[in-house]
Design a protein around this ligand. Structure first.
Ligand SMILES: Nc1nc2c(ncn2[C@@H]2O[C@H](COP(=O)(O)OP(=O)(O)O)[C@@H](O)[C@H]2O)c(=O)[nH]1
Ligand SMILES: Nc1ncnc2c1ncn2[C@@H]1O[C@H](COP(=O)(O)OP(=O)(O)O)[C@@H](O)[C@H]1O
Length: 204
């Protein structure tokens, strides 16, 4: 029987660099992960393509997907829905490929409940002041929203202990390397456990 793929979840506070690190991971030539494209009700930004960056949906369409149980998790974030298509995730894992989710922390918590066997990686900022710097330099938020996001960030950081690994996003390239190593080590660990388990069954 084919081994199931891993479910890799990268999460962390807003502005820590999740999107940046994810893009760097998928720009590697030899990346072995399959990126799960999310659904969202937010409008496309300039240059974003439907079915590449996100599947852009209306609120009605999104709510109907929720009702039909088509989402592994979803969350409302700054006034818009974001969610992960469950069929894609299950099919990709069943085919033996690793699926990579880059999602905010509420969604990651829901995935943890449904897939406790997943690999949960928390991307942490070097400090709160650096996190604020990044949100400010990104320049997509008003002053009030930045204050709001910093309050949210504090509670998001408290959720760090629910994760298997914490990777500090100091340098993007280093964070990418660490994530690659974590996934590789996890594959080795699972192989070892599987072998031992098979051996035990043979003996009895
Ligand atoms: N729960 C959940 N969060 C998602 C999903 N897709 C993206 N996100 C998160 O939604 C947040 C907002 O994403 P986006 O609108 O692209 O803006 P960004 O802040 O520039 O990354 C980010 O924290 C993403 O990680 C998803 O499927 N589910
Ligand atoms: N390691 C890093 N060092 C410095 N700036 C970074 C780093 N990673 C991301 N950034 C910057 O921080 C801002 C937020 O990154 P982004 O990927 O949008 O975060 P998130 O997806 O977590 O909300 C962007 O301006 C990005 O260029």
């Amino acid at each position: 029987m084919k081994e199931k793929g891993l479910l890799i979840v990268l999460s962390g506070p807003s502005g820590v660099g999740k999107g940046t690190v994810r893009k760097a991971i998928f720009s590697q030539e030899n990346t072995k992960f399959e990126y799960s494209i999310s659904m969202t009700t937010r409008l496309p930004r300039e240059g974003e393509v439907d079915g590449v960056d996100y599947f852009f949906k209306s609120r009605e369409e999104f709510e109907s997907l929720i009702e039909q149980g088509k989402l592994l998790e979803y969350a409302e974030y700054v006034g818009n829905y974001y969610g992960t298509p469950v069929d894609y995730v299950r099919e990709t894992m069943d085919d033996g490929n690793d699926v990579f989710l880059e999602i905010e922390v509420q969604g990651a918590k829901q995935v943890r409940d449904k897939f406790p066997d997943g690999l949960f990686i928390f991307l942490a900022p070097p400090s709160l002041s650096e996190l604020q710097n990044r949100i400010v330099t990104r320049g997509t938020e008003s002053e009030e929203l930045i204050r709001n996001r910093m309050d949210t960030a504090r509670s998001e950081i408290e959720m760090m202990n629910l994760y298997d690994y914490v990777v500090e996003n100091n340098e993007v390239a280093t964070a990418v390397e660490k994530i690659n190593s974590i996934v590789q080590a996890e594959h080795c660990r699972r192989e070892r456990v599987e072998k031992r388990y098979k051996k035990m069954l043979e003996v009895e």
